[in-house]
Write a new protein. Sequence first.
Length: 528
Amino acid sequence: MRRATGTRITLVACTLALAACTEPSDEVQVTSTVEQALTPQEQHGRDIWLKSTFGGEKFFSLVLPDPPFNLTLGLDLALTTPRAERFTRWGLVNDPDCTDGDASTGFLDRCTDPHSAGVIGVRKIANPLPVGPRVLFGITCASCHAGLAAANPPANPNLPRWENIDLTIGNQHLQVGKLFAAHMTTHDPRYHVFRSWPPGTVDTTVLENDHINNPGMITPIFDVPDRPFFALHRNDVAIEVHRNGQGGEDDVGCELAALRVYFNIGMCARECMIGHLANGPGGTQTPIDLEQCRRACPEYIAAEQQVGDLCAFLGTTRAPVLPPAYIDRSVVARGRHVFATACASCHSNGEPPPEDALSDDELRTATSLGINRCRSLTTNWQPDHIWAAFSSDEHKAFGTGFYRDLPLRGAWATAPFLHNNSIGAYSGDPTIAGRLAAYDDAIDELLSPWKRDLTGSIARTTDSITLSTPTGTVTLPAGFPVALYANLDPANPTQNLCPDLLENTGHYFGVWLSPADKYALKEFLKTR
Ligand code: HEC
Ligand code: HEC
């Protein structure tokens, strides 16, 4: 399944574009490996990635606003923000095939695709039920995973064309926490949890809550065929799969991992997800039951039938290539050598350069890395927990506490670094120069950890909040660390499930290198 080493050509990046790729722009001088045109199956998979919600809109528009969630997302505010400000204010990527609506439509965009809500991955679907709003809003995989193309950014980030959109880079400008907090007061404890999520991150266990605040970056999905396979087990059946997820929980193959994410974005919520949130002894989670779901929810069957195509598409996406003018070639050979000695023991699969995904995809303990542990301690995948039907036997046996060696392809485009985007300053600037400024800063903090602002990395409340506890209410002052209340075990509120406050510790590799070696390493990584 390795990618053929391609001839290098000048490429107008149209292969992923949907429709409007008819105007090749002269500015696109990106050198890249040849991309094959997508097969019909991969094209179908790409369309699912972009457009399919499998009924999740019923969850977001009809279930989430009511108890027990009481959560109204700020999608209404974001979708009625004028297009010219939408990326700037929310990090959302506008659908190029839309224009601003007018006051009579509440400024909702007018789009060629009748289900587009004006933003990539946000879908509007007529409410099939006689109750509730007329139009429901759901999200697709692309809502988080599609971002602006790193090597071919739009002149104005608010107004991209299709060739300026990378469907799997992971939108590191997306302000998911701001969308979640949009309708809350600053005295709501949840407001500060959501606002603690750096741009480009989301706590994927926030709805199926495991009581640990653990924002994780929306992982780039590039060059999957170059990543190593692992022989793993699910229900005692051996499977050969690539790893998924930052802690190895989703090591069950792309198909099952993707189906789990559809539950996460609302699919079959009423029929077979919500009941498992708190129906065990003492209001604890129980596993989603796939057989019951097949019987109760037609959308699950539809997703099961189509997810293979989605995975075929994910196998086709490539890391962005930085134009050579931005690289100091004179030190690249030295940088390659430094990388081989200081980094390749984890960040290499042992293949020659074009096939090296720059990771062995092995799991390391969070403790040995010294990295903030909260993401590695999530429990939803454990036996008897909600996602148990989706996790590998190895993960269930080894338990929590791991981080996967992340592939470094395209790292120049995806700073800040680490699973929680905590290393390096966020630039918010999607131009090549803006991404490189963020990259320079992140590499500098990564390799010279004394430059990190440790205390500044602690997420704190910015206003007083009132918490309800079994014995009454407690008011906490502004400046209180979020992890000290967000991570309390509801079954035993004196127990903090992750009292790890510093976000940007750990990964102390290469710190002893000379400044010249650090510089060479930085330039070498830009070539990958
Ligand atoms: C709300 C934002 C969001 C949406 C929507 C979303 N994802 Fe993700 N995705 C993430 C985050 C965050 C991660 C990193 C998770 C982790 O490991 O902590 C991730 C990771 C992944 C990975 C793992 C990649 C790797 O190399 O480890 C895959 C595969 C994936 N998502 C597929 C999907 C699919 C399929 C969908 C649609 C059903 C989807 N995602 C929808 C946020 C999102
Ligand atoms: C012992 C294994 C190990 C070694 C050696 C190692 N790393 Fe890592 N690296 C990791 C792990 C694990 C992660 C993921 C951490 C996380 O999830 O927060 C990571 C993450 C990274 C990231 C962040 C990627 C991203 O997308 O955010 C960069 C950059 C990186 N490493 C560069 C390096 C460099 C450069 C070296 C050599 C100086 C190096 N690493 C050595 C294990 C290692």
